[in-house]
Design a protein around this ligand. Structure first.
Ligand code: ADP
Length: 504
């Protein structure tokens, strides 16, 4: 086992970050920064060191009730409800400009709180967050309805003028996980603000900081009080209170499939609308004719991006038997050279896992795979020293029914299997309860289309992986969720269609 302290955590932090950490202990309800009703706080810690970063207000049911009431009031407030579309778009763009002005601080907070390399926060997460808000801001002025070619067959004498219009769905509860705190929030906040909804946001208990700072910027931009409310807290208390709340009209959730199912149950009380982006176990297929160097680099990145803590990670690698050894050798070489260390140090290519529980979970999976007969070619252990670091790992000799192959590990662990025929590998690739994403590496364009058509996944990448853009709908088949985020159709999930019929 190597030593995680080879790359140290820098002691220097931005002044803005330090100052925010001192004032992160309140929650935003109805435009006021307040203590939790219980007065309780919880600690958020730096996963690179295990040290406390800040104390945060611990919200529960009572705070959610207050936040939902504030969001309802804001939803009905004409200042928001009847805002001119151009003014709404301008206001959201002002908010985005403030995010851009504070991008370094937000990136640093993101890395401190969730561990990922600072380059990823600064040049991937934050720019994509901004792009997402920007894209949806434009919908404020483009929420159009239709004039309908109406003709009522049983009143042929009469004429009607009928049209549709889109109205905001109302109060939206947003429950966010810890792996991409701002980005996954922006995918919900963007369409919600553009359509005139109001929000109660519950960031993950591990990563509330960047969301709280974002809420400050929303206030500074001039979003009316109560449009954005933030209630940090635990899932079983604050999260469940949002999912259960009779006055929340929609819940937008990203997280595990298990919690997604509990949200479905909780939402049935008032039949609130749901969008769910859940787990994955993506197959990544390297065909016989692939560009081998590109496939090696791509498969490495597909699994180790964000420490493997990404629902669309390419965690099940299938390589044609004729090139299996060569591809695996390349990935093992890459994995052994990956620099694992604190995200704040620019030399780190992979950061720590989010917390001790996640580290234990990854250790258990790998140990379980080992005892079932899998062979570990590289990695397979946590790193010594402070923080929750795990080594990039490659496992071979795995069987389809092993837990490491079937279940989502959410860590830097690749299982690799050879295949002989395309029909077989497509069957294996689809043999999962999940269907979020998949990868194909081939030089044959028609094969790429044929295989893409047969993979049961919401996103299929060909000769690339983890390429995201706000124009590209993202979401899953099967138990990977309901609905799609990103793209224009996401706006539909934040609106109701009203049809109006007028007798002429
Ligand atoms: P992950 O596996 O990424 O930690 P989780 O599904 O556990 O995903 O958590 C995602 C989000 O869901 C977090 O904000 C968490 O607090 C919240 N959450 C956890 N349990 C519940 C629950 N029972 N009801 C509502 N939200 C929950």
């Amino acid at each position: 086992m190597s030593d995680a302290t080879e790359i140290n955590e820098p002691t220097e932090r931005l002044e803005a970050t330090q100052s925010f950490l001192q004032r992160a202990g309140k929650m935003l309800i109805g435009g006021q920064w307040v203590d939790s009703a219980s007065g309780k706080k919880f600690k958020t810690i730096n996963p690179a060191t295990g040290d406390q970063l800040a104390e945060v207000a611990e919200g529960d049911k009572e705070d959610v009730n207050r936040a939902v009431a504030a969001a309802r009031g804001a939803f009905e407030n004409p200042a928001w409800r009847n805002m001119m579309p151009t003014d709404r778009e301008r206001l959201i763009r002002r908010f985005i400009a403030l995010i851009e002005d504070n991008i370094d601080e937000l990136s640093e907070l993101e890395t401190l709180d969730c561990g990922k390399p600072i380059g990823a926060s600064r040049y991937v997460d934050l720019p994509l967050t901004i792009d997402t808000l920007y894209y949806y801001a434009g919908f404020s002025t483009k929420l159009e309805g239709d004039v309908l070619p109406h003709g009522c067959s049983y009143t042929p004498e009469d004429r009607y003028f009928a049209y549709t219009q889109r109205e905001p769905v109302g109060v939206v509860g947003m429950i966010i996980p810890w792996n991409f705190p701002l980005l996954l929030l922006s995918m919900k906040l963007g369409p919600a603000l553009a359509t005139g909804c109001t929000c109660v946001i519950k960031p993950a208990e591990d990563t509330p900081l960047s969301t709280l700072r974002l809420a400050e910027l929303a206030q500074e931009a001039g979003l009316p009080d109560g449009v954005i409310n933030v209630v940090p807290g635990y899932g079983e208390t604050a999260g469940a209170a949002i999912a259960n709340h009779p006055d929340v009209d929609k819940c937008a959730f990203t997280g595990s499939t298990e919690v997604g199912k509990s949200i479905v149950n909780a939402a049935s009380g008032n039949l609130k609308r749901l969008s769910l982006e859940l787990g994955g176990k993506a197959p990544n297929l390297v065909l016989e004719d692939a560009d081998i160097e590109a496939a090696i680099a791509g498969a490495t990145m597909a699994i180790y991006t964000n420490q493997g803590e990404i629902c669309c990670a390419g965690s099940r690698l299938y390589v044609h038997r004729s090139i299996f050894d060569q591809v695996i050798e390349g990935i093992v070489d890459n994995a052994s050279k990956t620099k694992v260390g604190p995200g704040l140090n620019p030399a780190s290519e992979m950061g720590p896992l989010i917390n001790q529980a996640q580290l234990d979970r990854v250790c258990n999976y790998v140990d379980g795979g080992r005892s079932e007969g899998a062979e570990i070619l590289v990695g397979g252990g946590q790193k010594s020293g402070k923080g929750f670091f795990y080594e990039p790992t490659v496992m071979v000799n795995t069987k389809p029914d092993m837990r490491v192959v079937k279940e989502e590990i959410f860590g830097p662990v690749l299982t690799a299997m050879p295949f002989d025929s395309l029909d077989d590998v497509i069957k294996d690739a689809n043999d999962t309860i999940y269907g979020l994403s998949a990868g194909i590496w081939t030089r044959d364009v028609s094969k790429a289309h044929q295989v893409a058509a047969q993979l049961n996944a919401g996103t299929v990448w060909v000769n690339c992986f983890h390429i995201f853009d706000v124009t590209q709908p993202f979401g899953g088949y099967k138990q990977s969720g309901w609905g799609r985020e990103w793209g224009r159709s996401a706006v539909e999930h934040y609106t109701e269609v009203k049809s109006v019929c007028i007798k002429m």
